[in-house]
Design a protein around this ligand. Structure first.
Ligand SMILES: [Zn+2]
Length: 390
């Protein structure tokens, strides 16, 4: 079978499973689970693989809701990644219900056409993208061992091959003071909330002075227990983002200084905790071109990044820092719809969303096939990756 025939077969195999994949995507949508708690989703996807006679390793990389399965033999190893965590309060407002499903659909279709080819495909079920950097843990836990190319797709409101996904680090700020009766003995208290709010105000002033491509935002998670008690604890979670690794280091220092200064001013104690860094996504050009070509053959034109296009951040950035990879967006909407919104949650279960999920499965499987049958493609991908790394 030549590559063209294998690709036609991939399309047929995704379509043959279309109903089952749609049902999985809708079931996961109906039972949204936040980071690290995606038990229903991980189990549903793993069970579906098992029903197709695939041996699934659950709890891969030390994460309960991760899974890994492999097909083929020898090298190279191409990974197809899926996410399935939801957002607190708004459910699948990032459309991850379509991502895990597409990855599983791609893996199975490609497995069906692997006969006579050298190389392996690995599907990796990746928990905790919305918070917790699940893929970083999976890399440390060995789930990406030997992987030479990594493919994922993300639902969006525009077909975009090379989205700008910012580097990001989050900061948990805990401010400690001393409780006292707020009316009887306020002079005995040390107000943790004032320490936090003063730091927040300084940070807000700083936000007016940062580069327009960078972001600082957050929420206050603890503001005290009662209005008549001087708060002895207050807390906030902040996120700092930038496309520039040097600049993000500068911002980290300046944001922290806001809260350090406020702690001095209020006599409170500051306990800051930085998260792991979510790296900037480094789209691998040869792999992206192959994906765009496959998407075109399926009727979708992938667009280049526009300066006005803004997105968030993803732990796929950490993967693409060490392995050639792609993170294209495929539109599931008829026009602009902001991510992380109720409207996007609604969009993630429409017929267009399901059709896009199936198309993504085909395009990812075809691109993985390209890597297996075309050694020159992988060579170019590696050269492009190393060129950037150097
Ligand atoms: Zn997302």
């Amino acid at each position: 079978m030549d590559a063209g025939a294998r690709k036609r077969r991939i399309s047929e195999r995704v379509d043959a499973r279309g109903e089952a994949l749609d049902r999985l995507a809708l079931d996961i949508h109906a039972r949204p689970e936040v980071a690290f708690e995606e038990r229903f989703a991980a189990n549903a996807l793993a069970e579906y693989l098992e029903s197709e006679k695939v041996a699934v390793r659950r709890g891969a990389g030390g994460l309960e809701t991760a899974f890994v399965a492999e097909a083929g033999s020898g090298g190279p190893v191409v990974a197809i990644l899926g996410e399935y965590d939801a957002l607190p309060g708004i459910g699948h407002g990032c459309g991850h219900n379509l991502m895990g499903t597409a990855a599983v659909g791609a893996f199975l279709a490609l497995r069906d056409v692997l006969d006579g080819l050298r190389g392996r495909i690995r599907v990796i079920g990746c928990p905790a993208e919305e918070r917790g950097n699940g893929k970083v843990r999976l890399m440390k836990g060995g789930a990406f061992e030997g992987v030479e190319a990594a493919l994922i797709f993300h639902p969006g409101d525009r077909d975009e091959i090379d989205p700008l996904m910012l580097a990001m680090v989050s900061l948990d700020v805990e401010v400690l003071g001393k409780a006292a009766h707020a009316a009887a003995e306020p002079h005995d208290g040390v107000n943790a909330l004032d320490g936090l709010v003063l730091g927040w105000t300084a940070m807000s002033a700083l936000r007016l002075l940062v580069r327009s491509d960078s972001r600082i935002h957050g929420i206050i998670t603890d503001g005290g227990k009662a209005a008549n008690i001087i708060p002895d604890r207050a807390a906030a979670t902040l996120m700092v983002r930038s496309p520039d690794n040097t600049y993000i280091g500068d911002l980290r220092r300046r944001v922290l200084a806001c809260f350090e200064g406020a702690a001095v001013a209020t006599g409170t104690e500051l306990r800051p905790t930085w998260s792991d860094v979510c790296e900037l996504v480094n789209t691998n050009r040869p792999l992206a071109e192959a994906f765009a070509e496959n998407a075109r053959s399926l009727g979708r034109t992938m667009h280049a990044r526009r300066p006005s296009d803004t997105h968030g951040s993803t732990d796929m950035g950490n993967v693409t820092t060490v392995i050639p990879g792609i993170h294209p967006f495929l539109s599931i909407t008829e026009g602009p719809v902001p991510g992380h919104s109720i409207a996007f949650t609604e969009a993630a279960r429409t017929p267009r969303a399901l059709e896009t999920m199936r198309l993504a499965a085909k395009a990812m499987a075809m691109t993985a096939l390209d890597v297996l049958v075309e050694p020159a493609l992988l060579k170019r991908a590696k050269e492009a990756h190393d060129g950037r790394a150097a």
